[in-house]
Each structure stands twice: as C-alpha cells, then as structure tokens.
Design a protein around this ligand. Structure first.
Ligand code: GDP
Length: 195
C-alpha cells in the first residue's frame, strides 16, 4: 500500500467527538513513550503528523488521521504514565475502552510494546482486554534498532510468554529509525481494511 496523503482529522475524548463517516479505522495503543507517535509518523512518512512528546502523557486525547481518503489511523492516548493522579488514569482507561468497545468502523488494533522491556501489568491488561473482545490484534515490538538479533531472539520469547501471546496473533518487530517492519504493518492494515 502506498500512502499518498495523510491529514489530521480531529481529536476527541468521547464518542460525540469521533469523526462522522464510515471509513475503516485502525487503532494504535500502548504505554506512554513506547514510540507510538514515531511509529505513526514513520508509517505515513510524515515527521510531524502524530505529535511526539518528550513529556510522556501529554497526548491525552484520541487523535484521528485520515489516510489516502481510504482509512483512518486512530492514535489512542498512551497509558501507564506514573506521575498522574489515579482519577486521571481511570479516565484514560475509560477513554481507550470506550473507543475500542463500541467503535463500529474499527477493523484492528496494534498493541505497541517496547522490545527491550517485559510487558507491564497494564500492557497485559490491555492485551487481555483486546483478546476478550476478540478485536483483530497485532502486537508490535518498537525500537527494535536498539537491540541485537540475539537479544531480540531472547526478548521475543520473554514477551510471548509473559503476555501470553495467543497463537492467532503476530508479533512484529518495528523501528521508526530504520523503517524495519513498516511494510509488514502496512500489509496488515491493507488486510484489515479490505475485510
Ligand atoms: P509515544 O509517547 O509513544 O508517542 O513515543 P514517541 O514516539 O514520542 O517516542 C518516545 C521516545 O522514543 C522518543 O525519544 C523517540 O525518539 C524514541 N523512539 C521512538 N521510536 C524509536 C525507534 O524506533 N528507535 C529508536 N532508537 N528510538 C525511538
């Protein structure tokens, strides 16, 4: 799939703010600082589209981006930022689940994990939740340029065991620096939006 156009559509906190229309949607979810904005920017090859932030937790809204007049990428707020009050964290959870649970055009979800880390309890919770609702899911290991092939072989086993990764789900290594994994992710999106 060739991406020829990408534009910011809107930000929302609840269903009333989601964009109208019936383009298929694919969503991205993960911990703050996991590399979500960098991944989205790399997928569309537009550096400033999704806002990367040096302060994790800054992007607290659901952001919608229209791609090629063909589909919509949905950037869900990063979870797991330690320095926020519990009620703010609970609100994020509700915002993310509210979108994932009831969004009719949603075709699939990328769950992002940092390739170097063991999934956190929130990562596992999110994954369990995606499984429970049977949402088409692909797990992405971000920042893969930061480790060697040997380290990745080990780390892949850790991630698979710890989630634990269901047999029907792929785990794809990705680097926003080198572009590794980009074609695979675009292939996944193509399948999702044509089903
Ligand atoms: P977000 O909070 O999940 O949107 O994360 P960002 O995209 O803002 O990335 C967080 C930090 O990780 C930034 O300093 C990025 O430059 C860095 N980063 C993101 N993706 C990669 C990657 O693939 N490779 C490397 N080496 N650094 C990355």
């Amino acid at each position: 799939m060739k991406i020829v156009a990408a534009e910011f559509l809107t930000s929302a906190v609840n269903p009333g703010g989601y964009p109208p229309g019936n383009l298929p949607e694919v969503a991205f979810v993960g911990r703050s600082n996991v590399g979500k904005s960098s991944l989205i920017n790399r997928l569309v090859n537009r550096k400033g589209l999704a806002r990367t932030s040096s302060t994790p937790g800054r992007t607290q809204l659901i952001n919608f981006f229209k791609i090629n007049d063909q589909f919509v990428m949905v950037d869900l707020p990063g979870y797991g930022y330690a320095r926020v009050p519990d009620e703010v964290r609970a609100k994020w959870g509700k915002m993310i689940e509210g979108y994932l649970k009831n969004r009719e055009p949603l075709k699939g979800v990328f769950l992002l994990l940092d390739c170097r880390h063991t999934p956190t309890s929130q990562d596992k919770q999110m994954y369990g939740w995606l499984l429970h609702y049977r949402l088409p899911t692909v797990v992405v290991a971000t920042k893969i340029d930061k480790i060697s092939n040997n380290q990745w072989a080990r780390q892949q086993a850790v991630i698979k065991k710890s989630l634990p990764l269901a047999p029907e789900h792929q785990l794809i290594p990705f680097s926003a620096e080198t572009g590794r994994g980009r074609d695979e992710l675009l292939g996944v999106i193509k399948n999702w939006i044509h089903n």
